[in-house]
Design a protein around this ligand. Structure first.
Ligand SMILES: O=C(O)COP(=O)(O)O
Ligand SMILES: [Mg+2]
Length: 222
């Protein structure tokens, strides 16, 4: 029986469930190097994630010189091939995440992922981190014709997780915009990959650690 105010909790992936910045940085810098560009520091990459892999490459190119479609077309497969084979070399769950997911699952909550990462890469990352059985639904950046901040992927993730009252947990303005467009309450994490201070994301609650997730969800449920 579900004694929790939400039937479904959906999560963003990069910067919310896992700190994927080291592997994304390595893959981006591998592609940049192949295009004759200098590397970008990991700290900068943390502010470039959240709009999908092509956007990441485009931002990496912009940080190191000119950007055009031809460079993105050339670099994208190089990025993907490298990232796919190093998907979780250094990517790790954020502290307290797994305990929080266990606690939600124990209360009958269905867990979903709604990310702008390509669905195939997301699945691979989730499997490699040993989370296959934790999430009943996954909607990636290429699952539907539109992606976050369009609300459709979030609606789809919730629906595929069984539907009902839902909340979303994310780390970037893309996530809070998505939740607002969907009319779904949103928790932001302060330890993710935001391009602005987390208290400026406009979330219904802000957490600094996953130990605070369940109390935050209970609070925003009213
Ligand atoms: O930019 C990406 O690749 C995806 O990022 P997200 O999981 O934060 O949506
Ligand atoms: Mg994110």
């Amino acid at each position: 029986m579900n004694d929790f105010p939400f039937a479904v909790v959906a999560f963003d992936l990069d910067g919310t469930l896992a700190d994927t910045a080291p592997d994304l940085t390595a893959a981006l810098n591998h592609a940049l190097q192949a295009l004759g560009r200098p590397p970008v520091p990991a700290e900068d990459v943390r502010h470039m994630v959240g709009h999908g892999a092509r956007a990441l490459l485009s931002k990496g190119l912009a940080a190191t010189g000119e950007v055009n479609e031809e460079l993105i077309e050339r670099g994208f497969p190089i990025f993907l091939e490298y990232y796919q084979s190093h998907i979780a070399d250094h990517s790790r769950p954020f502290e307290g995440l797994e305990a929080a997911l266990d606690a939600l699952a124990a209360r009958g909550v269905k867990l979903a992922v709604c990310t702008n990462k390509l669905e195939g890469l997301s699945r691979e990352l989730i499997d490699t981190l040993g989370w296959k059985d934790r999430f009943v639904a996954l909607v990636g950046g290429d699952t539907l014709p539109v992606r976050k901040p369009d609300p459709a992927p979030l609606f789809a993730a919730i629906e595929r997780a069984g539907g009902g009252r839902a909340a979303f947990v994310g780390d970037s303005i893309t996530d809070t915009d998505t939740a607002k467009a969907a009319g779904i309450p949103c928790v932001a994490v302060s330890f993710g990959f935001s391009d602005r201070p987390a208290d400026q994301l406009g979330a219904d609650a802000l957490i600094d650690h996953f130990d605070d997730l369940i109390p935050a969800l209970e609070r925003i449920a009213g």
